[in-house]
Design a protein around this ligand. Structure first.
Ligand SMILES: Cc1ncc(COP(=O)(O)O)c(C=O)c1O
Length: 456
C-alpha cells in the first residue's frame, strides 16, 4: 500500500497537475515513520507548551470526540455528566452521542450591540459547578468563531477549584501563544486537554489538528485509548508532515509572521470604520478578542451578511470565512497579503456605492428576530435521542416535539437545535429565516427544512 505505489500507478493527468513528489511522500504506516511522527509530536508539545501532543488527521472533530471519550461515558442508563458550553461545535454533540454522556448545557453571554457570542462567563461556570459538582469534565470553546477567547484563566481556576478537568475546543486558536499581542492560549491558561485546528489559522493542510494534554488530572493512557478507537489505521502522512512543518514555522517565525498579520488586521479595521454604515469592533469593545478575527457588521447597509458575502465573492473574489444574518467574519492569517486587504476595503466601498445598492434591491430583507434565541429545553441525552425510534413530520408541525437531529447554520456549526432538545417556534423560524436568506443549515436529513425527524 498505497495502491499507486509511490505514484507509479497514479492517473497521469493527476500526476501532471500535482507533480511527482507528493505521491512519493504518500506512504503507509511504517515502523521508521512511527518514530519520526512521535518525535514531531514531542516537538509540537514543546512548542505549544503541553506535556504531550497527538497529531490528528481527522481535524479537531476527532480531538473533541477523543477528549470526551477519554473521560466520560455511560455504562447503563444515565451517562456521566459533562458541563458543556451551548456554543459548542456539532462535533461535541456527536461526541455525546458516541459516549452517552449527559450534557448540562452552559448558557453563554451575548453582546447585543454586535450580535456577538461571548462564550461562557466565569460566573456561569461557577454556578453550574456548584449545582453539578459531580460533573466529570467541563468543555468550552475558546476562541470562538468571532475570535472571542473569554476569561480563560479564570475559567481554568474555577474548574480546577472543583477538581474538574477543563477541556477546550481551541479549533480557532492554533496561533495563540506565538505573539505577545494575542490573547493567551488555553494551554498557557492551564487547561487540561486542548485541541487546535492547525489547518484553520496556522500553516498545515486541511484536516490536520493537534490535541494537547497537560497536568495530571487526565492520564495520557486515557487519551491513547480513545484515539485507538477514533483514529484511522492509515493516517495520511502528508497531513502529518504538514503539521510538523507548521509547528516549525510557528516556533521559528511565528512572531514575525503574526506581526505582519496583526498589522494587516489593524489596517483593515481602521479603513473599514471609515466606510459609512459599516461597523467593526476591537479589543477595546471586547477585551479578550483575538485581533486577527475581523467581524464586519453589515446590517446598517440594509443587507444580510449572506447577501454581502455573495456580492463580495461573485464581484471581487473576496471570501469571508463566515456570513451570518448581520455580519461577515474574516480570518487574517499568515497567508494574507496587503493586496487582500486592499481588495477587501475596495469591496466594501463598492457595496456602499450605487452599484452595490442596485444589487442589494434584489436581496432578501434582514430578519427582525430577537437575538439571541432562547436555548431549547433538553429532554433526552443526545445518545438516547439518536437511538430512539423517530418519525419524519412537517417542520411547522414539530413544535413541542423532541428533535432527533441537530441543526446548525454552517458555518459556524453550532447547533441552534441539538438532538434531544424540544423544538420551539423560535428555533424553527430562525432556521427557516437563515435558510431563506441564503445561509446553509447542516445536519438536517431534509435540506429544504420542510420536514424534520422527531423522537417517536
Ligand atoms: C469551534 C469549532 N470546533 C471544532 C471544529 C471542527 O474542526 P475541524 O474542521 O478541524 O474538524 C470547528 C470547525 O469549524 C469549529 O469551528
Amino acid at each position: 500500500m498505497p495502491g499507486h505505489k509511490r505514484g507509479q500507478g497514479i492517473d497521469r493527468r493527476f500526476a501532471a497537475l500535482m507533480g511527482e513528489t507528493i505521491f512519493r511522500l504518500d506512504l503507509p504506516e511504517l515502523p521508521e515513520l512511527e518514530a519520526a511522527v512521535a518525535n514531531a509530536e514531542t516537538l509540537a508539545a514543546q512548542a505549544y507548551g503541553s506535556d504531550r501532543a497527538w497529531f490528528l488527521t481527522n481535524g479537531s472533530t476527532c480531538g473533541i470526540q477523543a477528549m470526551l471519550l477519554a473521560i466520560c461515558g455511560a455504562t447503563c442508563g444515565q451517562g456521566d455528566k459533562v458541563l458543556i458550553g451551548r456554543n459548542c461545535h456539532k462535533a461535541a454533540i456527536a461526541a455525546l452521542v458516541l459516549t452517552g454522556a449527559t450534557p448540562i448545557y452552559l448558557p453563554t453571554d451575548y453582546l447585543l450591540e454586535f450580535d456577538l457570542d461571548l462564550g461562557v462567563s466565569p460566573e456561569t461556570l461557577e454556578l453550574f459547578l456548584q449545582k453539578h459538582p459531580d460533573a466529570k469534565a467541563v468543555m468550552l470553546v475558546s476562541p470562538n468563531y468571532f475570535g472571542v477567547c473569554g476569561e480563560i484563566e479564570k475559567l481554568v481556576t474555577i474548574a480546577h477549584s472543583f477538581n474538574v478537568p477543563l477541556l477546550v475546543d481551541a479549533a480557532h486558536g492554533a496561533h495563540l501563544g506565538f505573539h505577545p499581542d494575542l490573547p493567551i492560549s488555553a494551554l498557557q491558561a492551564g487547561a487540561d486537554l486542548v485541541v487546535q485546528s492547525t489547518h484553520k489559522v496556522a500553516g498545515s493542510l486541511t484536516q490536520s489538528s493537534i490535541l494537547h494534554l497537560q497536568g495530571d488530572r487526565i492520564a495520557s493512557e486515557q487519551v491513547d485509548r480513545a484515539l485507538q478507537i477514533l483514529r484511522s489505521s492509515s493516517p495520511n502522512l502528508l497531513l502529518l508532515i504538514s503539521l510538523d512543518v507548521a509547528r516549525r514555522q510557528m516556533a521559528i517565525e511565528g512572531k514575525k509572521l503574526l506581526t505582519e498579520t496583526l498589522r494587516l488586521a489593524t489596517e483593515a479595521r481602521s479603513r473599514l470604520c471609515q466606510i459609512p454604515n459599516l461597523r467593526t469592533f476591537d479589543q477595546i469593545a471586547v477585551p479578550t478578542l483575538d485581533p486577527t478575527r475581523l467581524t464586519v457588521m453589515v446590517e446598517r447597509m440594509g443587507m444580510t451578511g449572506f447577501a454581502a458575502d455573495v456580492w463580495l465573492h461573485s464581484q471581487l473574489d473576496v471570501m469571508a470565512e463566515m456570513p451570518t444574518l448581520s455580519q461577515l467574519v474574516f480570518i487574517f492569517s499568515l497567508g494574507n497579503t496587503q493586496n487582500d486587504i486592499d481588495r477587501l476595503i475596495y469591496g466594501f466601498q463598492q457595496i456602499g456605492k450605487e452599484k452595490g445598492k442596485r444589487e442589494r434591491e434584489k436581496l432578501v430583507p434582514i430578519t427582525n428576530y430577537q437575538l439571541p434565541i432562547t436555548i431549547p429545553k433538553s429532554h433526552l441525552t443526545p445518545r438516547a435521542a439518536y437511538f430512539a425510534k423517530s418519525d419524519r413530520i412537517p417542520f411547522n408541525q414539530a413544535i413541542g416535539r423532541i428533535s432527533a437531529e441537530s441543526l446548525c447554520p454552517y458555518p459556524p456549526g453550532i447547533p441552534l437545535l441539538c438532538i434531544g432538545e424540544e423544538i420551539t417556534l423560535e428555533v424553527v423560524e430562525m432556521l427557516q429565516c437563515i435558510l431563506r436568506s441564503g445561509g446553509i443549515i447542516n445536519g438536517a436529513s431534509d435540506d429544504s427544512l420542510e420536514t424534520i425527524r422527531v423522537v417517536n
